[in-house]
Design a binder for this molecule. Structure first.
Ligand code: CA
Length: 220
């Protein structure tokens, strides 16, 4: 899962980026509205954290512009405390949720997980596929109760497939959603991650759809 953080306060931005990376996300960040608008328009994000008071272009305009060009990723806006009019304006501009500053990191992570789940049509924090269970609250995957040891990239691949189970996911989708912008991307590594995951999972869970990609589903 890949997330965009838009925040002009350098200290807060750094904290958000490291917290999200520690929670298993691929993270890009922007410190102004123009860069944010470009990244959100051209990149594939599973969610965006958007501060509203930004230099060069304000957050509400950024959000309206994304929605106007058809970008539908979930957006959580960061608002000033007690500023109910910012929350209303943000939601009217297409935000999916808001969080007032200062906030607890745990609350931010929980809201972000909920947004990403709901965007994939999942109501529960535990995603289940046959014997495989992914608990999005603690980033743990288990098979029949046994926790799997996964590297961060294996986890990101599995989490993306679990959020999109039953769908065909292409290698380029996976590349877009597991790597941050600056990462040296190589779509061949996706095959390596899939091969390693298959060794750790019961047979038949990840199907190869020739020429199209992969599909995660309970074996029939
Ligand atoms: Ca700000």
């Amino acid at each position: 899962m890949r997330v965009l953080v838009v925040e002009d306060d350098g200290v807060l931005r750094g904290q958000l980026v490291s917290t999200l990376e520690a929670a298993g996300y691929a993270v890009d960040s922007a410190d102004n509205g123009i860069d944010a608008q470009h990244l959100g328009t051209t990149g594939s994000y599973d969610a965006v954290l958007l501060d509203l008071g930004l230099p060069r272009l304000d957050g509400l305009s950024v959000l309206r512009n994304w929605r106007a060009v058809g970008r539908t990723m979930p957006v959580l806006i960061l608002t000033a405390r007690d500023s109910w009019h910012e929350k209303v304006a943000g939601i009217d501009a297409g935000a999916d949720d808001y969080l007032a500053k200062p906030f607890h990191v745990e609350e931010l992570l929980a809201r972000l997980r909920a947004l990403i789940r709901r965007a994939g049509g999942h109501a529960s924090a535990e995603l289940v596929c046959g014997p495989l269970c992914l608990d999005t609250r603690n980033g743990r995957a288990s098979v029949a109760g046994q926790v799997l040891a996964l590297t961060s990239h294996e986890y990101r691949v599995l989490a993306y497939l679990m959020h999109h189970q039953g769908e065909v996911v292409s290698r380029s989708d996976l590349v877009e959603h597991i790597y941050a912008q600056d990462f040296d991307r190589d779509s061949n590594t996706i095959e390596v991650f899939i091969a390693r995951l298959r060794k750790k999972l019961p047979p038949g869970l990840i199907e190869t759809i020739r020429g199209l990609g992969y599909r995660l589903g309970a074996p029939r």
